[in-house]
Design a protein around this ligand. Structure first.
Ligand SMILES: Nc1ncnc2c1ncn2[C@@H]1O[C@H](COP(=O)(O)OP(=O)(O)OP(=O)(O)O)[C@@H](O)[C@H]1O
Length: 339
């Protein structure tokens, strides 16, 4: 079946001191109908730059997008601004991390949802108001008539994110891009918003591109996961395969650095170093190599491709085959080797 959206060799290049560098580097990824694909990775690895490229929201004066995006069979990158504006907030909608910046502080909640309904539906007058009430109820907000008149600053963070979701679903979006939708919220509210996103996805049969650095959120929500590092996908798999047999050293390090109830703090492993500056990265080398210096150089490939190592499970670079944590050095039993 044709995917809902397909990215082919998509790059986002930012201008730095007169030169362009790829913050997203030839990413290929598809999302099927009614599928949730998560993109995980540390801060600065290019997750948001990827989402903004899909939405056509980068500043053309400083950013170049190359590659292809096909959405419902239509090329997205060739669309005019008017066509893109029709798609945004309609067939594709975006839920950002911080609802306070996503909402207009000078307009009431009702006005903001109504504005999107005017833009993207044929509803008018009282029908718009009724639909706003319906949407507010659908996202779990009580007393919609009262809420219609309220301003964003009068609501809690969780309520504001529900309003953002109500705006995102005005016209049955085929794709919802949720960029760290719960990061700004406290833990109990996070769980409620994730449940709401699951319900919305089921009700509207939407697909979701979920951007997060939280593997707990991935486990809860995703069907497939793309792990991004320094602008590239380093591992792509179903959520089950990724959680059962993570391969790439970066993915394994992410898991090992995740606090769990039953793991004493002393057993947590930090990922040493930091995501390299994307302007200065060695594009021919394995980009994770500098963070696992105890692996010999020959463990890595040059120009490592993303290779299918079992059906639907893709990994970049050969280093995953001999990777072991530094603490496991010399202990052959715990070294992770390929089947
Ligand atoms: N408008 C811009 N101009 C220049 N560089 C940018 C711009 N936006 C992002 N970058 C750079 O691109 C790289 C990727 O940033 P991006 O925001 O996509 O990362 P991210 O993985 O989403 O991180 P976070 O989780 O912190 O949002 C970073 O090095 C960032 O500094």
């Amino acid at each position: 079946m044709e995917p809902l959206i397909e990215l082919k060799q998509l790059s986002t290049l930012f201008n730095s001191a007169g030169d362009y560098y790829a913050a997203v580097d030839e990413v290929s990824l598809s999302i099927g109908n009614n599928e949730t694909v998560a993109i995980v990775g540390e801060s600065g690895c290019g997750k948001s730059a990827l989402a903004l490229a899909i939405m056509g929201l980068h500043d053309e004066r400083t950013t170049r997008i190359t590659g292809e995006i096909s959405f419902q069979g239509e090329p997205l990158l060739q669309q005019s601004l008017a066509q893109l504006n029709r798609l945004r907030g309609d067939a594709i909608s975006l839920v950002f991390q911080d609802p306070l910046t996503a909402l207009n502080p000078l307009m009431t909640v009702g006005q903001q949802i109504a504005e999107n309904l005017q833009l993207h539906t044929k509803l008018t007058g009282e029908a718009i108001k009724q639909r706003v009430y319906q949407l507010l109820e659908q996202v779990g907000l009580p007393q919609p008539q009262r809420l219609y008149q309220q301003y964003p600053h009068e609501l809690s963070g969780g309520m504001r994110q529900r309003v953002v979701i109500a705006i995102a679903i005005v016209n049955n979006p085929a794709l919802i891009i949720a960029d760290e939708p719960t990061t700004a919220l406290d833990v109990t509210i996070q769980a409620q918003i994730l449940t709401l996103l699951q319900t919305i996805k089921a009700d509207y049969q939407s697909s979701v591109l979920l951007i997060t650095h939280d593997l707990g959120v991935v486990a809860e929500m995703a069907d497939r996961v793309a792990v991004m590092y320094a602008g590239q996908i380093v591992e792509l798999a179903t959520v089950d395969a990724l959680f059962k047999t993570p391969h790439h050293p970066y993915t394994r390090s992410l898991f090992a650095s995740m606090p769990q109830f039953n793991t004493p703090q002393s057993q947590l492993r930090v990922i040493e170093g930091a995501v390299p500056s994307l302007a200065a990265v060695d594009r021919q080398a394995c980009r994770f190599a500098p963070r696992i210096p105890w692996l010999p150089a020959h463990a890595h490939e040059s120009n490592p491709p993303l290779r299918e190592v079992s059906p639907g499970h893709y990994v970049r670079c050969t280093c995953w085959r001999t990777f072991h944590f530094r603490e496991e050095e010399g202990n052959a039993d715990v070294i992770h080797t390929a089947q």
